[in-house]
Design a binder for this molecule. Sequence first.
Ligand SMILES: [Zn+2]
Length: 296
Amino acid sequence: MIAGRNVLRHTVGLVLSAVAVSFALGAEKAKSKEPPVVRAAARSAADVAAVLKLAEPAPADPRPLRILLVAGPKDHGAGQHDYPAWQKAWAPYLAQSPRVTVDTAFPWPQPEQLAAADLLVLYRRNKWDAAQLAELEAFQKRGGGFVTIHWAIGADELPERFAARTGLAYPSAKYRHGIVDLRLVTTHPITRGFPATVRFTDESYWPLVGDAARVRLLGTSDEQAGLGDAILPIPIFWTHEPAGGGRTFVCVFGHYMWTFDDPLFRLLLLRGMAWAAGETASRFDALAVSPNRHFD
Ligand SMILES: [Zn+2]
């Protein structure tokens, strides 16, 4: 773990100088020569049960929790980055959980919505300009939980200031779609019970800016991200606790909508949401195996 962190810190340091070049490339806009991506077979019920069996008990009498889901205009083809469909599906999905109320905003919440929320979840490409960052900083300062899904970790305007909220941020740069063998650190409540490696078919982003030493890495993908295409562990899931307060959970996956129907992905995201809100991480575990499939 320590060695991994050192490698990662080195990586982030190395790639900072490449950021200016990366801006020109334009994340997700460049036409790459990637092979066709094929949806993986459905996750086996046995694999999911094996993880859930080791979960910590969900709280018997959870506190009321107000979740605010923020989406934005769709920016990719069918079955990808469908922020509006996610918001439409996940609002009632999360509201099934006891003592949870869900509010939605598109493309940015009103001040009174932020003021009322315990947990803010963004799935969209966002500007993260100074005004939005000031609102986020105030929200976290009063203890608000914050979750980014996929491109919501992108920050082209003020990446270092945004990275103070999230630990690491992604100025438009490189990416890869396809099979990702996610390597997990399983000693955190969010990853409890997971095997050391889980295969997904989604997307990874790099390089990231910020200070890798201040985040708690939960999942990485080995990518040809170093000098001479050297393999480096690239963060996919992590947590961060900003100095001023609040908790952040970052989920880089979420390119393909099929990922949201994978119970093990749902489990990671749901636990990240609960943890960021200051709750027992397993509070929403029961939702992960909900038969309600949204994006088939
Ligand atoms: Zn994507």
